[in-house]
Design a protein around this ligand. Sequence first.
Ligand SMILES: Nc1ncnc2c1ncn2[C@@H]1O[C@H](COP(=O)(O)OP(=O)(O)O)[C@@H](O)[C@H]1O
Ligand SMILES: CC(C)(COP(=O)(O)O)[C@@H](O)C(=O)NCCC(=O)O
Ligand SMILES: [K+]
Length: 249
Amino acid sequence: MILELDCGNSFIKWRVIGSDKASACAEGVVSSDGALIDSLLALPGLLLTRCRLVSVRALEETNKLVATLEEAFGVIVCCAVSSREMAGVRNGYEDYERLGLDRWLAVLGGYRLAAGACLVLDFGTAATADFVTADGDHLGGFICPGMPLMRNQLRTHTRKIRYDDVSAERALECLHPGRTTVEAVERGCTLMLRGFVLTQLELARQYWGDDFTVFMTGGDANLVADAVPQARLVPDLVFVGLAMACPLS
Ligand SMILES: Nc1ncnc2c1ncn2[C@@H]1O[C@H](COP(=O)(O)OP(=O)(O)O)[C@@H](O)[C@H]1O
Ligand SMILES: CC(C)(COP(=O)(O)O)[C@@H](O)C(=O)NCCC(=O)O
Ligand SMILES: [K+]
């Protein structure tokens, strides 16, 4: 069994796949290293042979998790690293190592699945967009605050915006003008995110007409997915790229 990990700024996404790589045996989203280890130890019959990981966290933090995993499960952990070129895609950053590794892997996964030009949108702590031409040239992209950052900035820098998670979820049942604070904020931030998506789509159209694939991934992709009916919602897009960057043969 192979353990796959995507360590974002807010959450660690994990899954265990069979060595045949065809099936996911178990998966989850956790907010700490400790919770990850607990979730894994609770799996009956877990027998990890390999582990691959991508992280956008600080190196020390990532190294600590790697050491913990190696000690707890006796596996070798393969960490995805940056590259200038891979699987037909050329990294478009001036300094290729500065491109977030989760973005790079999602781009690799998107280009593989599209087999052509693609726009890759990721909605996590940050919202990101990346553009790849049919020839595999990564043109670069955009980074904006994602839903968690937008709502937390409003909560932190105002006196009267306060509400709980349950009312936040309920507020998003529709996107009519809000009649309560929670509705106004949650719907407002959702519309900002949709505006971001539509702008990226417009730019992609200027480049490629209708000849491109849109991918959406990340924990908040479902908040914006219906703004672009033709988009492919691929929650495990980073894992697709991770398997390419860390082949375990
Ligand atoms: N099962 C889940 N657990 C936690 N957050 C989730 C879950 N499903 C969706 N989300 C949403 O995903 C967002 C975080 O997205 P994610 O892609 O995990 O971010 P990051 O990669 O930056 O850690 C949160 O704002 C939350 O609303
Ligand atoms: C843009 C990001 C913060 C997104 O992280 P996430 O929201 O997935 O946690 C991450 O990819 C990152 O730290 N990138 C480095 C800066 C860059 O890509 O230019
Ligand atoms: K992410």
